[in-house]
Design a protein around this ligand. Sequence first.
Ligand SMILES: CC(C)(COP(=O)(O)OP(=O)(O)OC[C@H]1O[C@@H](n2cnc3c(N)ncnc32)[C@H](O)[C@@H]1OP(=O)(O)O)[C@@H](O)C(=O)NCCC(=O)NCCS
Length: 188
Amino acid sequence: MAFAPLHTARLVLRPFTEADAEDFAARRSDPETAMYQAWRVPYSVEKALELIRESARHEGPMPGHWYQLDVQRLADDRTVGDVAVYLHDHGHTAEIGYTLHTWARRKGYATEAAAALIDHLVDVTGVHRIEAATHPDNRRSIQVLERLGFVAEGVKREAFWVEDEVSDDAIFGLLARDWTANRAALGL
Ligand SMILES: CC(C)(COP(=O)(O)OP(=O)(O)OC[C@H]1O[C@@H](n2cnc3c(N)ncnc32)[C@H](O)[C@@H]1OP(=O)(O)O)[C@@H](O)C(=O)NCCC(=O)NCCS
């Protein structure tokens, strides 16, 4: 069954289509956006198409794969960014990521979209734990995780490679039971 889009107050998270490739490539080609990420700029439309086609092979989060969703603003149908989820092989742990266009930042979209994804992962996929890894200097990303109730669990030293450059990797975790218990109090 096709993945049913996830709705929030201002956004819809839906599967990518090939028509999104240009916008996706443009978003990833911004040097500031790519600063702490695993890709190099410029990010080509061909690469975007490859990733979209790989994601489209699945109808939702699947163990051992990344699944990518486009995040669109309901008010004008404009894509503000994307979220992604990797389900670990046993299916109990999900890793998430998120990226916004530069013009779509500081409006709460990343936190809102990630909250909808976590709801889905906890309520539908049934994961036990959600985690995220980020560059320790990626303050904006860490703030998103903190707003969602993730706990800083430590820093893996020199664990994140982008080609021949290595950096530390800060690990954040959220247990499904804590999300369920605290979600209402987060005010999201
Ligand atoms: C990480 C990233 C998604 C964070 O984006 P962001 O805009 O800072 O995060 P949010 O969308 O959750 O917005 C939160 C901000 O919107 C503000 N905001 C404005 N209107 C709001 C509203 N109606 N509701 C909620 N928050 C609102 C919040 O106060 C907060 O601003 P503050 O940090 O100054 O207090 C963005 O910096 C990005 O795309 N970076 C590049 C990719 C990346 O590093 N991804 C992370 C990979 S680990």
